[in-house]
Ligand binder design. Structure first.
Ligand code: GN1
Ligand code: MG
Length: 373
């Protein structure tokens, strides 16, 4: 049980009377609402979010990171005299008691963010120009956090994108077999293990230890970026819960997963999935253009593996959750996490089938931006 969102919203300074409150967005983890205020423009107001306490056991630290990141980004934007500053970052709005969240009587944490006016998330297939722009924006996000002062950001989810540890979780779930679903999942378990070996060996041959650790977003899905109303210019990176130290492979890989195979995350007819080389070329060019000032030779060499790595990471996580009884990723029907897993495994195959095109695209982009190859 948690509080009614309307009784939570009024714990924050809304600057008027609450008029409507509707569900917003498609995230799996937090619960999100659009709060509108009487007498204001329809697409304005606030975003109210209940932070998933099971996934983020320390919401206080999540909010500390969030505020540090937003303050830093805002200062950077201001120093560059970027126009339209208010639409380019989404800093949490303190509650009446001054805290960056409201804790309701059930112990749940809620935060309020500005609703960025005239903004859109791209949910369906995107154009090459939009793919380029999205990748550039995620690279700029990392660039702008290179000089974040102070101690390292809190680790909000330990080993979040550590493939070894995700594989160990899968092994544990198979062993525990809590829902007795393991036998029916034999093929997918074997496929995950097979691809883990392939991807680990690719990472080893590149030398993963040499890939610099930086503050990255860790959830670079295309819909974690707000575009302007014309869906042309990227305005603002959102969903900052997992911004912490990691590698650019996380962000570029999530972009590749969600942009290059433009079908929904879970499709039951796997023959509908295909890989679009033009969109990958646009992503590679966008990321290298945005990251030209900081990307190292090792990072660029590793970018072709980012897509399969992150897609496999999600496949392993969906399968683990299916075996555990869908305790992490909510499902609309039984078996949905298995469908999500199968669709990611097919995407991993597609990435592998297009390996040459992918490597060539990264090399071409490196030449275009005079970067090491
Ligand atoms: C979750 O909440 P959402 O949908 O932005 C998940 C990501 C997964 C993604 C799969 C904190 O993100 O890591 O890649 O689902 N976030 C967390 O769609 O686990
Ligand atoms: Mg997210």
């Amino acid at each position: 049980m948690t509080s009614q969102p309307s009784s939570v919203a009024v714990q924050f300074p809304l600057g008027g009377e609450l008029s409507t409150l509707e569900p917003l967005g498609r995230g799996h983890i937090n619960t999100t609402f659009h709060v509108q205020v009487a007498g204001r423009e329809p697409r304005s107001g606030f975003v109210l979010q209940r932070v998933n306490h099971d996934v983020f056991p320390n919401p206080h630290q999540v909010m500390e990171n969030w505020i540090r990141v937003c303050d830093h980004l805002r200062a950077k934007l201001a120093a560059r005299n970027e126009p339209d500053l208010q639409r380019r970052h989404a800093s949490p709005i303190p509650a009446h008691d001054g805290r960056p969240y409201h804790r309701d009587e059930t112990g749940a944490y809620w935060r309020l963010l500005p609703f960025i006016e005239e903004s859109r998330t791209l949910e369906g297939p995107v154009s090459p120009a939009q793919a380029f722009e999205a990748a550039r924006a995620f690279a700029h996000f990392v660039r702008d956090l290179l000089d974040l002062p102070g101690s390292p950001l809190h680790i909000t989810i330990p080993d979040f994108h550590d493939l070894d540890s995700r594989q160990a979780d899968l092994r544990d779930s198979v062993r525990a077999n809590a829902m007795e679903r393991a036998e029916a999942a034999t093929r997918e378990i074997e496929a995950c293990n097979h691809w883990c070996q392939v991807v680990q060996s690719d990472l080893n041959s590149i030398g993963t230890r040499e890939i610099p650790r930086r503050n990255v977003h860790h959830d670079g899905k295309i819909n974690n970026l707000l575009f302007d109303a014309e869906e042309r210019e990227a305005l603002c990176v959102i969903d900052l819960d997992t911004v912490m130290e990691g590698t650019v492979l996380s962000d570029f890989g999530e972009l590749a997963r969600t942009v290059c195979c433009p079908q929904p995350e879970a499709v039951s007819d796997l023959s509908l999935l295909h890989f679009d080389p033009t969109l990958f070329r646009a992503l590679a060019a966008g990321y290298l253009s945005g990251g030209a000032d900081f990307l190292s030779a090792q990072e660029i060499r590793a970018l072709p593996i980012a897509g399969p790595l992150m897609t496999l990471m999600n496949a392993v996580r969906f399968l683990t959750d299916h075996l555990n009884g869908d305790t992490y990723f909510p499902v609309a029907h039984e078996g949905q996490n298995m469908e999500r897993c199968r669709a990611q495994l097919r995407r991993v195959e597609l990435f592998q089938e297009h390996r040459n095109v992918i490597e060539q695209a990264v090399r071409d982009a490196a030449i275009d931006f005079a970067l090491p190859r």
